[in-house]
Design a protein around this ligand. Sequence first.
Ligand SMILES: *Cc1c(COP(=O)(O)O)cnc(C)c1O
Length: 336
Amino acid sequence: MIDLRSDTVTRPTPGMLQAMMAAKTGDDVFGEDSTVNDLETRCAALFDMEAALFCSSGTQTNQIAIKCHTQPGDEVICDADAHVYQYEAGGIAFNSGASVRLLPGNRGRITAAQVAAAINPDDVHKSASKLVCIENTSNRGGGSCYDFEALQQIQQVCKEHQLGFHLDGARLFNALVARKETPEQYGRLFDSISVCFSKGLGCPVGSVLLGSKTFIARARRFRKVLGGGMRQAGFLAAAGLYALEHHVLRLETDHAHAAVVAGALRDCHFVENILPVETNIIIFETKGITAANLVARLGENGIRCNAVAPDRVRFVLHLDITETMVHQLTNNIRSL
Ligand SMILES: *Cc1c(COP(=O)(O)O)cnc(C)c1O
């Protein structure tokens, strides 16, 4: 079985499991888990931000961030394809009581001009624009990356209008590796950053939220109110520390695999068009078959993947897809 449904399906490697088993732990709600504390300190230093908070998921880090940045009735500006809007169960409304302004971006990416035009005037009829949320890489954009200058321009607009600037960086490390950028560059740009360890980095659980000391102190309270205070979480944080050491640079392999698979898809009769492949995600439009039917056909051939629209299929490359599997996969789809 070749499972391309998501980069979340990875299993911890023997080395990662060993690191988890050996973790020193304590009660993290009491602040006594030294491995969690290490991971938070390491991440804050990596991004040159003041503080970090280890959470159970990327949805939790995003939702806590939005809660910290807004009051009920405020407005969040993001791309129409953003995970915070599409895949977090209405959490912006549920947790923060905030409204959302959706912008039509280019493969999940919005521009400074779009943001500037979407900011509400100071008018009693309008909700108060408070936060801009961007996603890098963009999931529904097919793993697309922002140009760094485009992000600097959005930051400028946020500063001029006193808006918070949050990064949903579930796959930020894929962008950093693909664009040869550094975490500190991103730390300087955003008020808050969420990064996932359970995606390309191959951990079983965990995301980290980064921000200023005061921001993270408030975030810690919201994590508790959401029921996200974990106890001996060091077993999980140890996987994160291991991944930072061993699983960041290897993301290049996933990107190279994605390029090879996209090359094979280009010749397939059932492929209409492939979104540009920049990282580990491939999204293609189907021809002569619906996405659901193609997913079923592929399933019969030992390839698991997802339909992300009636005519769009997504393949995600990850740690558990070996070079041998990539060969099997390309042979398999060519003969379909
Ligand atoms: C996966 C993902 C998240 C977080 O998802 P969880 O399953 O809650 O960890 C957030 N943003 C993006 C863009 C994602 O792809």
